[in-house]
Design a protein around this ligand. Structure first.
Ligand SMILES: Cc1ncc(COP(=O)(O)O)c(C=O)c1O
Length: 450
């Protein structure tokens, strides 16, 4: 009988193969080096140092092949080293790497904005500006909203995460580690309750009631006439993969329209096929005035965008938006390659199929382990929330499960205001076989930590 060799993507065998403990000796040596020269403030979830990656597999410096259920925090949606990304980036690097779009422009930037206008929710006329990071995109969405409305106040939600710059720290809910000691924060940021179906139970399924609660808070504590924008993650990312109850987002959008308030959808984690639609707002037909994107858009290169109604975006004077590297040509080439992958391989459909597979496996876990009190998400953005028998969050078990997955060669991430959510964000290039193997490991990790 001949041995069947595993499928390879980008030259990387699509298999889990552990040849040392995790992390192995070479990774441990590199971790020592990291400790001596890299700021302690830059944390590490799993200290295996990566040497190569392809599809759904990371290969570390010890030769271990790890299954990636994190996609570098929702970035490599198209898979590691996806062919169109690699090809376009190679060509672009050979042609030129920088001119500064604000000095001498290039077509790639415009092409990305064309794709954003086509793909983001709504068929109105749209314009975009490109940036380097998600936080920068959120900052610029707020700048645009303030100029366009002539108002100052920014409304954000409980459990929100929008980044680590000064304004986005103010917009982010969780203090540790994101905000602790870094204040004072930007002003005119107001937080209101969101829809968190698990915690809102038994009324949690009523999204319009949750919206009425949020709107009541805005009306009494901020004043609709002062609000430039309401910024929402259509599914909260770092905050715990919280999917708002149906009706919440449409009700918030309707209130914004009525009160000359702009709705900004932060789709940085949810956008670009991740949730089984191009954007998470699409699931409920919500059309925001402005959308922020980053992460999955560019297959791993740093690129972010604000896209929105042309009249709103164009309220800003020339020179008011931009930055030296914003919309870098290599990052734009990567985005065009990633979008090509998504279109060519129907990754929106693939995300839905991945969602069905993963959700089924997580539901089985919930039946077997009472610590799992909620299975939630959309498409290839799925999570479980862990609570103790007394109903309190269980971050200890969550970390233990994550650590057990890591030791067995599966990269998983945690999140949530209380650190009690295990989240799965597989690259969409991962096969069903590999996904099942990774989820077997997650199940083993639950059993081993019981
Ligand atoms: C919803 C959301 N907004 C903003 C950000 C910040 O993006 P970046 O880390 O690229 O600044 C993130 C990052 O996780 C995010 O998930």
């Amino acid at each position: 009988m001949t041995a069947v060799s595993p499928l390879e993507l980008a030259g990387v065998a699509q298999e889990r193969r552990l040849v040392t403990e995790v992390p192995g000796p070479r990774s441990r040596a590199l971790l020592e080096a990291k400790r001596s020269v890299v700021a302690d403030g830059v944390g590490t979830t799993l200290p295996v140092f990566v040497e190569s990656a392809g599809g759904g597999v990371l290969v570390d410096v010890d030769g271990n092949h790890l299954l990636d259920l994190g996609s570098g925090i929702a970035v490599t949606t198209v898979g590691h080293a996806a062919p169109h990304v690699v090809e376009r980036v190679r060509d672009q690097v050979g042609a030129f790497t920088h001119t500064c779009f604000m000095v001498t422009p290039y077509a790639g930037y415009v092409d990305v904005c064309v794709a954003l206008a086509e793909l983001t929710p709504g068929d109105h006329r749209k314009k975009s500006a490109l940036f380097n990071s998600g936080a920068e995109a959120v900052e610029n969405a707020v700048k645009i909203a303030r100029v366009a409305t002539g108002k100052d106040a920014v409304v954000v939600l409980d459990h929100a995460y929008h980044g680590r710059t000064n304004l986005t720290m103010a917009m982010t809910a969780k203090v540790m580690p994101y905000k602790q000691g870094f204040g004072p924060f930007a002003g005119e940021v107001h937080r209101v309750p969101t829809s968190y179906p698990l915690l809102d139970a038994p009324a949690g399924v009523d999204g319009s009631a949750a919206a009425a609660r949020a709107i009541g808070r805005i009306t009494t504590q901020v004043g609709a006439g002062n609000v430039a924008c309401v910024v929402v993650e259509p599914i909260q990312g770092e905050g715990g993969f919280v999917v708002p109850a149906p009706g919440f987002l449409p009700a918030m959008a309707a209130w914004c329209r009525e009160h000359d308030v702009l709705l900004v959808a932060d789709e940085i984690q949810t956008g670009f096929a991740r949730t089984g639609d191009w954007f998470a707002c699409d699931h409920e037909g919500v059309v925001p005035d402005l959308v922020t994107t980053a992460k999955g858009m560019a297959g791993g290169l740093p690129l972010a965008a604000v896209t929105g109604r042309a009249d709103v975006v164009d309220a800003v004077h020339a020179g008011g938006l931009g930055g030296t590297y914003g919309g870098n040509p290599v990052a734009c080439a990567a985005a065009l390659g990633a979008i090509e992958e998504m279109r060519e391989h129907d990754l929106v459909g693939r995300a839905r199929a991945v969602g069905t597979l993963v959700e089924g496996r997580l539901e089985a876990l919930a039946e077997a382990h009472p610590v799992v009190v909620d299975v939630r998400g959309r498409g290839a953005m799925q999570a479980v929330e862990l609570r103790r028998p007394d109903g309190e969050p269980d971050p200890v078990r969550t970390s233990a499960v994550a650590a057990a997955c890591h030791a067995r060669g599966v990269v998983v991430l945690t999140c949530g205001t209380w650190g009690n959510v295990l989240r799965l964000l597989p690259p969409l290039a991962m096969s069903d076989t590999l996904l099942h193997e990774a989820l077997d490991v997650v199940a083993d990790a639950f059993a081993a930590t019981a």
